[in-house]
Structure formats: C-alpha cells, structure tokens
Design a protein around this ligand. Structure first.
Ligand SMILES: [Zn+2]
Length: 358
C-alpha cells in the first residue's frame, strides 16, 4: 500500500475502541480490510482467522499473529456520588492512570466521556501527598452528581468497558505517529499489510493470519486460536515497549527509528535460536534495520504459540512503541514499514528444508 493508505489503516486501528474482551471494532476493521484477499472466519472469543490462498495438506502452515486488544479498564461499581469505581484490563502502573480522558462504552454502543480523577491536592493531608496512589483511590468522573443519574441519564452499567480517549495523529516533520493502543494495533496493521502483500502471488505455504483477543489479560485469545490452527512456523507481531528515552545507549534494544525488534528472550519464551538467526540473516541480506532484545519481563502470544503442535518455531517482530501501557504512545513510521517488510522477505526466503532445520 502507499504510505497514505497505511497511515489511514493505522489511524483507524489506533482509534478503535477495543479493550480486552471488547475487541469488536478492531475485528470489524480486520474483516473489512482482509475480505478481498483472504477467507475470513471468527470464533466466539472474537479471534479473527484470515486464510490467504488455497491451503493444501502437504504444505507447511505459516501463522502470522497480532493481538487486537488494548489495555484499558472496566466499570466495577457506581458510587452514590455519581463517580465510578473501576479495575484495570491489562498491566497499568497506577501513577500513569489519573488525569486522563476515557470513554465508557455502554451496552448500546454509545461512548460516554469521562475523566479519571483522584482526590485534588487541596484536600490531601501532607501524608497523603507523599503516598503513591492505588487504583482503589481513583474514580472515573462522568459529570454526574448521583448514581441514579449515571444509570438513568447515561445508561452506564457495571461491567462496561473503559477505553483511553486519545486521537491518532501523524507528525509529518518527525515522521512519527502519536496515539493510543499501538500495543498492539501497530502489530495488527503489520499483520494486515503482510497478508495483503503475500496474497499477491501464489505461495508454497498455507498462510494464515490470526488477530487474537485478550492478550493483555494472559494470552487468552491465542490459547483458543491454537485449538483451530496447527502452524508449523509463526511470526508474531507486537507493539513492544521502547526503551530509548530512559536507558543507557548500550542497553537500548527497542529504540525509535532503529528498526523492528527481534526478541531473543523474555520471561515467557526463549525464541527458537535457529529461526531467530535466519530472521536476522534475512534482515541483513535485505538491508532492513533490526534490533535484538533480551527482556527481564514481558510476554507475547509467542509464548502460547511456541508450545503448541510440535513446538512451533516462532519469532516476535516488535515495532517499538514509546510509553506502551499508558494513554499515549509514539511509533516511527519507518519502524512499522521495516517490520512488515521483514516478515514478507522472511517468508519469501523460506522453503520446506529450511523450516525443517529449525
Ligand atoms: Zn502487546
């Protein structure tokens, strides 16, 4: 696709409301985009399966995955004063949560604006000012003065999803995108572009893409997807946390404008070293910039996928996202482009013998 179209796709995906368990808008975008080049199916957890080309029994199956959900919140209770208690969906650090706008999505699909609020400093004791707040100290304020107003005027109910309210923007001067949910919507865009690109010619492989739900709450969508896909090889796209604004140079492993990150290790997976080496050599061969990472924490759908079938060789291609798991993030367009281009050339370089050698 031309850059303008890619940016439009990323904008749509980033702006879509799709916290864990409520991924419907993202699912709709994927289905619409891939309808012209893939056979599309969906399951009940809202995983999308996109089969490219004709699938034959005697060919290896290559899986491409990205997760559709984003971190957000869920309404826990409505307080008598008209504010809402909430719980996190996915990993948040409490001190990044308050003083941001959110959207509460009600049962009929209406989105109600709200503010995540905490006790104003004027009313805090000296001791309270020094304490770190927890989510239990915060509420979502939707401008109401009673619980009755919340339910009757706004139709908000316990269990409604809460989405960070951020609009995408492309900053042309820096060639950088700002927005929410790049973890993993930038990966979703990579997935869709990769599948579209690979659909243009006949493949020696069975190609399938999964856009999986509920990764942020423990890779639940991928777990279900692996009941339905038996891959021989997998490429997992991620919006991975960028580390270049607070790490020493020698520790930067996912900096902006340094290319996609190939993750060697995190607490959830030791990447198949043979496939990983092949991916890096392919990047070098095509002059695609790339970064290697070894992570103390973290975790991706690769963790689930690589433990299925016969132990699926899986690599993680991460697009660096500054400030993942907060309201806002930055992604460099060139990292995005290099990420899906890397996936495409890897597939083009593969054959049965190479896959068997992993
Ligand atoms: Zn992610």
């Amino acid at each position: 696709m031309v850059k303008q179209e890619s940016l439009q796709l990323i904008e749509k995906l980033s702006n879509a409301s799709g916290v864990s368990g409520f991924e419907d808008e993202v699912v709709a975008i994927a289905k619409e985009f891939s309808a012209s080049f893939a056979q599309v199916e969906e399951d009940h957890i809202r995983n999308v399966y996109m089969r490219v080309g004709e699938h034959k029994k005697d060919r290896p199956t290559i899986l491409f995955d990205a997760h559709s959900d984003e971190v957000g919140f869920i309404v826990q209770a409505i307080k008598p004063n008209g504010t809402l208690r909430f719980l996190p969906l996915g990993g948040w650090v409490p001190n990044t949560i308050p003083a941001h706008r959110v959207r509460i999505k009600t049962a009929d699909g209406t989105e109600i604006p709200g503010i995540i609020a905490s006790k104003p400093p004027h009313f805090m004791t000296d001791a309270e000012r020094k304490e770190t707040q927890t989510i239990d100290d915060m509420v979502i304020d939707v401008g109401c003065i009673s619980a009755k107003e919340v339910t009757e005027k706004l139709n908000i109910a316990i269990g409604d999803p809460v989405i960070p309210d951020v609009a995408f923007d492309y900053l042309e001067t820096m060639d950088v995108m700002i927005g929410k949910a790049f973890d993993c919507r930038i990966g979703c865009a990579c997935l869709l572009e990769t599948l579209q690109e690979l659909s243009k010619k006949e493949s020696a492989f069975n190609l399938i893409g999964t856009m999986t739900a509920q990764e942020e709450v423990g890779e639940r969508g991928a777990t279900v997807a692996m009941n339905n896909v038996k891959p021989d090889l997998a490429i997992v796209f991620e919006g991975c946390p960028a580390d270049d604004t607070f790490s020493e140079e020698y520790m930067i492993q996912s900096g902006l404008k340094r290319g996609p990150m190939l993750r060697n290790f995190d607490v959830s997976m030791i990447t198949n070293p043979r496939f990983q080496r092949f991916a890096k050599e392919t990047a070098e061969k095509y002059g695609i910039p790339m970064q290697s990472s070894v992570r103390k924490g973290g975790g991706t759908n690769g963790a689930i996928i690589n433990l299925t079938n016969k132990g699926v060789p899986a690599i993680v291609i991460g697009v660096p996202v500054r400030y993942a798991h907060t309201h806002y993030g930055y992604v460099a367009y060139q990292d995005y482009e290099a990420a899906y281009q890397l996936a495409v050339v890897i597939v083009n370089e593969l054959d049965q013998t190479i896959i068997d050698s992993f």
